[in-house]
Design a protein around this ligand. Structure first.
Ligand code: PLP
Length: 361
């Protein structure tokens, strides 16, 4: 029997950081930039409270969640939209803004979902060159044309771990044609203590041509509940509400997100944990001539170009002891691995295993 015809899709499906290894029961997953400390106790309580109460549809307007967000970040409730992960908001933005033949500019090593969703709706993805794995404003501007509809950047960027300064981000918006939507993805902003860094939301709350993405999947540790949010002009947000699935964020996710936002001490603890371990890990990596990005987000891009071992050799040897890092081939980055900063036990085991690998060669 013939299969009904569908569109030809010229794209590769997203390959997430692996969670399993053949035959290995106990693994240490440092491949998906998830929270090292899990989630807030508040979120845990919210799960227990609402787990027997799921027979009704969730609030498709996210009243409580958007109200909590607007108070916490001093922004307008009617300019917030929530998604099943910020991922879904990327998808909705692509559906709303892009038609066949439109162009989207993304830095060459940016988060893969920008290009995937843009291609699905028929847009052409244009890559801007980076300098030392860092977003370049000049290169982005060079690539924009009359057909450019969206420029996506994550700051800090995944997978490179680099960030652009407040001044560079302001400069990028200033130089972009105002008809282009600049999407600033703040997925890892909570971790950033760097003095010259500012989140997209902080800088562009009132700008009609900037759209901000936020997520509960990283520092808040709610990755598997799938909840994120976006902030932009009321016109854009109203249009996004028209195209979004009616009940896209489940009730437990919304309630956990609300409770998580109230737990400041969990975030403080997570940021401190991240900084302390980032310093230790960077030092160890540098001692093996593995280069990394500056300390900032909860992950490092490990660059093996000056190291006596290759990324794939180290990756395979870590896997023998159940430790999974993110390979970078799907991003087109050679001889590198991405390492998520884990919890105390995971970090100690990772460092111990690295020592073993380097001692035995
Ligand atoms: C830069 C960036 N944006 C967005 C996402 C998607 O996050 P979510 O789980 O909210 O869909 C990720 C996940 O890795 C990311 O790294």
């Amino acid at each position: 029997m013939n299969t009904p015809l569908f569109r030809k899709l010229n794209l590769e499906a997203y390959k997430p950081g692996r969670s399993f290894l053949n035959k290995k029961k106990s693994i240490i997953k440092l491949s998906a930039n998830e929270s090292a400390l899990g989630m807030s106790k508040n979120a845990n309580k919210a799960i227990i409270k609402s787990k027997n109460n799921v027979s009704k549809y969730p609030d498709g307007k996210f009243k409580e969640l958007t109200s909590t967000i607007s108070k916490k970040y001093d922004c307008k409730q009617n300019q917030i939209i929530c998604g099943s992960g910020s991922d879904e908001i990327i998808q909705m933005l692509c559906q709303l803004f892009l038609s066949k033949g439109d162009e989207v500019v993304v830095p060459e090593y940016s988060f893969l979902m920008y290009r995937i969703y843009a291609k699905i709706v028929g847009a052409n993805v244009i890559f801007s060159k980076e300098k030392n794995f860092k977003v370049s404003n000049d290169e982005i501007i060079k690539k924009t044309t009359k057909r450019t509809k969206i420029v996506f950047i994550a700051n800090p960027n995944n997978p490179t771990g680099t960030y652009i300064s407040k001044n560079q981000l302001l400069d990028l918006r200033k130089r972009l044609n105002k008809k282009i939507l600049l999407v600033v993805d703040d997925a890892y902003f909570e971790y950033m203590l760097n003095k010259d860094y500012r989140s997209g939301l902080e800088l562009f709350k009132n700008k009609n041509n900037v759209f901000i993405l936020r997520t509960f999947s990283k520092i808040y540790g709610l990755a598997s509940l799938r909840v994120g949010w976006g902030y932009g002009s009321k016109k854009i947000v109203d249009a996004l509400y028209k195209i979004k699935p009616p009940f896209n964020v489940n009730k437990i996710a919304q309630e956990c997100a609300v409770e998580s936002l109230k737990d400041k001490s969990f975030i403080k603890k997570s940021v401190k944990h991240n900084l302390d371990w980032a310093k230790k890990i960077k030092k160890v990596m540098n001692s093996y001539n593995i280069q990394t990005n500056e300390i900032g987000p909860n992950f490092f891009l490990l660059d093996f170009k000056s190291c006596k071992l290759t990324a794939s050799f180290v990756e395979k040897n870590l896997e023998k002891s159940g430790i999974i890092l993110r390979e970078m081939n799907s991003y087109g980055i050679k001889n590198c691995l991405r390492l998520t900063i884990g919890n105390v036990r995971e970090n100690i085991l990772f460092i111990k295993q690295m020592k073993k690998i380097f001692k035995n060669v």
